[in-house]
Design a protein around this ligand. Structure first.
Ligand code: ADP
Ligand code: ZN
Ligand code: ZN
Length: 740
């Protein structure tokens, strides 16, 4: 009786959302266990699979594992997390499994310099050639077939083993020109990831509030069981120092910790603070690192060489054994939600992992998510508060400027008189200013003043934004670009004008107002090139510029002592979006960006321009009144049945025609017959078309949607398989963070 193993294959379709039984050849016995990557035959092809700790019931005609590709990729605890993720977020097991696998699993990028072999011809051609060679040169045929079935080049030695071929056969193929060799350089072992400055890691003396918070968390870490905290500290109250102490406490217990920061806040500034304190114990994981560097970091964590993991949301899945603490800084950030399958919410996954591994969970924010704060009042999280800034610095004074009154007074500039004057004063005092507008580009839309035509995206049917730097009209939804028109394509008129304002125009207006000032811009357009983000911030930090203009990239995490003015060009951009989170997002963003000033000796001030000065989000941000906003927003959530008072599942149908999107969604609704659940829709999405897809949606709400999720897990993959040829598909978003 051969040994059997349960294997999940790396193929997403409705039939493969489970483990399959394979037999283990004797020569591989001992290497095939949980976390081993294997090569297996599956129907008529070869697939990569992963051995999982599940029962492997005997099956008739069981097939055999062909090779071991890698070992020790995950633990049984990791597999449990995968199972939970798949159930909770209604995704395929392999999609969830990919989260915990090393970057480029099996590629072993960090190994010594080695040759990789790839196809030099398209896979179809390779397969055709393989059939031709089958008789004359069977080993060459096998090599081609193996290569045609894997997406990426394979290491030479592994290819020869998989295809059971010799070096001469490979040489034969090289001579035919069917394959090519590529040398893979070994990864620089995380060297560039971090400037490890070990010199000045002396911790400051804690303030009484910091000390109390650190003591409570430290005691919990020492106990070594799951406990959860909400650290509610105003901007500049020294939350990071509390996180550092919590990590140190975990290290003292012989455990480690995971520190998540929103991707946007992963600046060299932030990383250096951790590197200075923990030196070589720190590993950094985020998407801007090359795969090789990421793999090297992953390996260091797995081997226990680095026990402090700092990174964006995916760092939550780092192979750290028994973390003692898991921390989410700015826990309210939408960046903690993954907007592709598996659509997980890091805050929730962190809670699950902390429970499973007996770790302490710390959620920190100046503006906690309404859900989080509510749970803290219900006792699910213990509330710790840092009510004051370090050194008793006051929070910046906020002046709310009503832009309707500016217009009435004849001021048509994008700067109110107040802001213009404040900018001149600030720069005159050799202090720095940040100007915030959450929209890229020069102007928002381009209009023909004769016939009213608005330049719009032919795919999304939404207005195009003018970008002067690149000299193009750009669709911010799908990336479509076009040349600006000189004459109207409809009526031929030359009266074309652009309206509205983006960061490019703010920077231009600032340059006009302050001719001697040095101005930098930080947004999605100026940070396309690798390293540009860091360069701009370092330059501003070194006071090589007086004004920093930017999108939400300037709103978060920055700690510059010389910034004494923040100008919010328009607080209203997101306020009226058809999204239940629009008010909360606006309040949080305003409070965060306001928090960038007054962090040094000079007192800070904020000028907030708006057309809605009486709106709750604006009024509360103007007073730094988190409590007031929380109460108003909680009441609204209760009235409209949104979290924390209901669970929400958002199902979208995307298709090449509106008709298909509607029919697919209606077919799903018929199959679900969701009785007790409240449903909104089916209806077109707020943005009914993006790119080539028409979009319809249905919103399900209820106090327990477990049954609905289980039904969706069955019906959605089936419908998707059936509709694939029509290019239509459903997507499921549990706890959506964006409804647009
Ligand atoms: P937050 O994350 O709450 O906005 P930070 O952690 O960035 O605040 O801290 C604000 C500033 O105060 C940082 O420059 C930090 O180095 C400094 N700081 C933090 N704690 C102390 C302390 N106990 N004594 C002196 N300075 C501190
Ligand atoms: Zn026209
Ligand atoms: Zn578009």
């Amino acid at each position: 009786m051969p040994e059997l193993a349960a294997v999940v294959v790396d193929l997403v379709n409705p039939g493969t959302n489970r483990a399959f039984t394979y037999s283990v050849p004797v020569e591989l016995a001992g290497r095939v266990r949980c976390g081993t990557a294997v090569r297996v035959p599956f129907n008529k092809r070869w697939l990569t699979g992963y051995v999982v700790p599940e029962a492997a019931p005997p099956v008739e005609g069981v097939r055999s594992i062909a090779a071991v590709l890698a070992e020790g990729l995950f633990t049984p605890a990791g597999w449990e997390l995968v199972r939970w993720l798949s159930e909770r977020y209604v995704c395929h097991l392999v999609e969830a499994l990919r989260l915990i696998l090393p970057p480029r699993a099996g590629a072993q990028a960090a190994r010594a310099r080695q040759f990789k072999v790839g196809l030099a011809v398209p896979p179809e051609e390779a397969l055709a050639l393989s059939r031709e060679l089958e008789r004359r040169a069977p080993a060459q045929a096998r090599l081609l077939k193996t290569l045609a079935e894997v997406p990426a080049p394979l290491a030479r030695a592994r290819l020869l083993a998989l295809a059971d071929a010799g070096a001469d056969s490979l040489k034969g193929l090289l001579r035919r020109g069917a394959v090519s060799l590529a040398a893979e350089a070994p990864a620089a072992a995380g060297k560039n990831a971090l400037r490890a400055d070990l010199s000045c890691g002396v911790p400051p003396e804690l303030t009484p509030a910091q000390a109390a918070a650190a003591a409570a968390i430290g005691a919990a870490v020492k106990e070594g069981n799951y406990q959860a905290f909400l650290l509610h500290g105003v901007t500049g109250s020294g939350k990071t120092e509390v996180y550092l102490r919590a990590l140190a406490a975990a290290l003292a217990e012989g455990r480690g910790g995971i520190m998540l920061v929103p991707e946007i806040a992963l600046t060299p500034q932030t990383l250096e603070r951790f590197a200075r304190r923990f030196g070589r114990e720190v590993a950094v994981l985020h998407s801007a690192l090359s795969a090789g560097v990421r793999y090297a970091q992953w390996e260091r964590i797995r081997r226990g060489e680095a026990r402090v993991v700092v990174g964006a949301r995916s760092a939550l899945f780092a192979p750290l054994a028994r973390p003692g603490v898991i921390i989410l800084d700015e826990e309210h950030e939408p960046a903690y939600k993954q907007e592709e399958s598996p659509r997980y919410l890091a805050r929730e996954v962190a809670g699950w992992r902390a429970r499973q591994e007996g770790a302490v969970l710390v959620l920190g924010s100046a503006t906690p998510a309404v859900e989080t704060y509510y749970y803290a009042t219900q006792g699910r999280y213990r509330l710790l508060t840092l009510p004051e800034r370090i050194a008793r610095r006051p929070l910046p004074e906020v002046t709310v400027v009503d832009m309707r009154a500016e217009l009435a007074a004849g001021n048509r500039s994008i700067f109110s008189r107040n802001l213009a004057q404040a900018l001149e004063e600030t720069v005159g005092r050799r202090e720095q200013a940040i100007l915030f507008l959450n929209r890229r580009g020069y102007s928002t839309f381009v209009l023909c003043r004769q016939c009213g035509l608005v330049a719009s995206c032919p795919r999304c049917e939404l207005a195009l934004t003018l970008h002067q730097d690149s000299g193009r009209l750009v669709c911010h939804h799908c990336g479509y670009t076009a040349l600006p028109y000189r004459t109207c394509p409809r009526c031929g008129s030359r009266y074309i004008r652009d309206f509205g304002c983006g960061t490019e125009r703010v920077a231009a207006a600032a340059a006009q107002l302050l001719p001697a000032a040095r101005i930098l811009r930080l947004d999605g357009d100026t940070t396309v090139r690798r390293g540009a983000h860091d360069r701009i911030l370092s330059s501003f930090a070194a006071h090589e510029a007086d004004v920093l203009v930017g999108t939400q990239m300037v709103a978060k995490g920055l700690d510059f002592a010389r910034v004494s003015l923040v100008g919010i060009i328009s607080a209203d951009l997101a306020l009226h979006l058809p999204d239940p989170y629009a008010w909360e997002r606006t309040f949080q963003l305003l409070e965060q960006v306001a928090g960038r000033t007054g962090r040094g000796e000079a007192p800070g001030r904020v000028i907030l321009q708006t057309y809605n000065p009486a709106h709750t989000s604006i009024v509360c941000a103007g007073r730094h009144d988190y409590g007031g906003f929380y109460r108003a927003e909680l009441a609204r959530r209760r009235r409209h049945h949104y979290p924390p008072f209901a669970e929400v599942v958002l199902v979208r149908a995307l298709a090449p025609s509106e008709e298909a999107a509607r029919r697919l969604l209606e077919e799903l609704m018929a199959r679900l017959a969701a009785g007790a659940v409240e449903v909104e829709g089916p209806a077109p999405c707020p943005f009914p078309k993006t790119g080539d897809d028409y979009r319809w949606q249905a919103i399900f709400k209820g106090t327990d949607l477990g049954e609905l999720r289980r039904r969706l897990a069955v019906e959605v993959p089936e419908l998707n398989a059936g509709w694939r040829r029509q290019g239509a598909r459903l997507s499921v978003d549990v706890d959506p963070m964006s409804y647009l």
